[in-house]
Design a protein around this ligand. Structure first.
Ligand code: NAD
Length: 505
């Protein structure tokens, strides 16, 4: 597909601006280049927001919030329904742009846009719910219940590896909750953010609610820190590395804001001796190689029972040999590039460290210099569970294959890292599976049986524990993060009885 046509079809014309405050603004910050990681070529250049322009965006989001929250939630849902339809119309082009900018293969680009559409549908249904509970009161002729109110403008900080879906998890749910949004995307995928904002602009134009979905593309110093420290923005939803969360989380809390953190993972699959090894091999390969190992839920550690580790390793080597690496826009490609040359260097450094800690590369391990972009081989490393390097999240297709003795050893190793995002067990034993899912099992936000660690559906709440940050987004009752809860007691009698039986004359 022709890049120019993709960009045109998405309505991106003329000088590209990184500022949207109820309408596109003339940005006056630094220039930013969007680069295709598969070729190293420039896709487009745009102008970023200054701190003052961020300020204007947020002023607009605050003003629009006053009106938007007055609109009944099902009517807000109607706008989100239209956004979902608009996304359906441009799914091929938006998916291709995501692939161009992030390097993920086209099937995954399409999956990402489908996820946005699914979230839009979910949010529309939610717009007729947003329900609170009614509790019985201990006092006669009293009614007690809780209700949920819009919170305010939400700041959304997103990572490069999900350039558009993570925005939708936040923005579309927040919108039906009555909130406005300010998006600060990753500087590696700015054009995808411009395209999505333009889609929203076309839907919202003329509605009077153009300031619901805003954009401020800028550096972490100029825009990121201004947003994080801005008391006008009650919620900061930040997706990215644990290092980013360590800065953003405390800064938001310091001003008594609400941080919603979706940070790094160090995900594991535990393969038991009674597992279907064919299923486990397929599940592990997709989870480790998909998005070239650049998903927060990518499989990092394969913990294999000692009785089947040799068999499992040789099956994986056979499958890894068949992984087709290349242009992510080509349908037959299974693995595209890493996001940058830095990411490739980092992978090579980590492999050196691993070998110094007794690791043995049993497949791959090389950069692929024959390609113009940042390509590497998917890599398998046999390594001990005690090697310090396996504690770290390396954002690359390295799979640590680690021997474990039994279920309890496997669970201990799985839980023995600082992160707590996604986990899985492959077993045919009900007892093993239930133990893994019980309170004695996985300590992660996501725990699967006979499914890999990546590729979550939007209907569930997504997020992780420990250094992954504790946030939950997307389905289930994640919408509650975007609203404020109010507990209400109404006295409909003529007396004034006090709670806990207190007499106060
Ligand atoms: P990153 O931490 O480098 O950047 C993420 C975002 O945070 C970017 O928009 C960046 O500009 C912004 N940022 C960084 N420092 C900031 C600061 N001090 N103030 C304000 N904003 C700041 O991450 P990345 O390389 O883009 O993405 C990869 C990481 O994201 C991995 O660790 C991955 O696991 C994680 N991730 C987590 C989830 C999840 O849902 N848990 C989803 C996707 C990615």
């Amino acid at each position: 597909m022709d890049t120019e046509k993709i960009v045109q079809r998405l309505g991106i014309t003329g000088p590209i601006q990184g500022v949207y405050a109820g309408g596109w603004q003339d940005a006056t910050g630094e220039e930013l280049t969007s680069v295709n990681p598969a070729t190293g070529e420039t896709i487009a250049t745009l102008t970023m927001a200054t701190r003052d322009q961020y300020d204007a965006v947020t002023r607009d989001a605050v003003e629009t919030f006053q009106e938007w929250r007055m609109l009944p939630a099902p009517k807000r849902g109607e706008y989100v329904r239209l956004i979902g339809n608009a996304l359906r119309d441009v799914k091929p082009e938006l998916s291709a742009l995501v692939t161009l900018e992030s390097g993920k293969i086209l099937a995954e680009g399409e999956g990402e846009v489908q996820e946005m559409i699914d979230i839009a549908d979910f949010a529309v249904g939610l717009s007729r719910q947003l329900y609170g509970l009614t509790m019985t009161s201990e006092r006669p002729r009293h009614r007690m219940y809780e209700q949920w109110h819009p919170l305010g403008p939400c700041g959304i900080i997103s990572a490069f590896n999900f350039p558009v879906a993570v925005w939708s998890w936040n923005a579309l749910i927040a919108a039906v909750c009555g909130d406005t949004n300010i998006w600060k995307p990753s500087l590696r995928t700015p054009l995808s953010a411009v395209a999505v904002t333009e889609i929203c602009h076309q839907v919202m134009a003329g509605s009077g609610f153009e300031g619901v979905f805003n954009l401020a593309i800028g550096t972490d110093d100029e825009v990121g820190s201004a947003m994080v420290n801005d008391t006008r923005v009650p919620l900061i939803s930040a997706t990215g590395s644990c290092n980013m969360g360590r800065i953003v989380g405390p800064a938001v809390l310091k001003r008594m804001g609400r941080p919603l953190l979706e940070l790094g993972g160090n995900n594991a699959i535990l393969v038991m001796d009674d597992a279907d090894l064919d299923l486990a091999t397929r599940g592990a390969t997709f989870a480790a190689v998909g998005t070239a190992g650049q998903r927060c839920t990518s499989l990092r550690r394969l913990l294999v029972h000692s009785d089947v580790i040799d068999e499992m390793t040789s099956r994986l080597i056979d499958v890894y040999k068949q992984v087709r690496i290349g242009d992510p826009l080509e349908r037959q490609t299974l693995m595209g590039p890493l996001i940058s040359s830095n990411a490739v260097d980092q992978m090579m450094t980590v492999l050196e460290i691993a070998q110094g800690q007794g690791g043995e590369v049993v497949y791959g391990g090389n950069r692929l210099d024959g390609f113009p972009g940042h390509f590497v081989e998917p890599t398998l490393v046999r390594i001990s569970k005690d090697a310090p390097i396996v504690q770290e999240e390396t954002f690359a297709p390295i799979l640590w294959v680690i021997e474990v003795d039994d279920l309890s050893d496997g669970i201990a190793v799985q839980n023995g890292v600082r992160q707590g995002l996604s986990s899985a067990i492959f077993t045919d034993s009900l007892s093993n599976a239930e133990t893994f899912l019980s309170h004695m099992g996985s300590d992660c936000g996501i725990a699967n049986v006979n499914i890999g660690t990546s590729g979550a559906e939007i209907g569930g709440a997504f997020g992780g524990e420990k250094e992954t940050g504790g946030g939950r987004e997307a389905g289930s009752d994640s919408w509650k993060s975007y609203m404020r809860r109010q507990t209400t007691t109404i006295n409909w009698g003529g007396d004034l009885p006090l709670a806990q039986g207190i007499e106060f004359v």
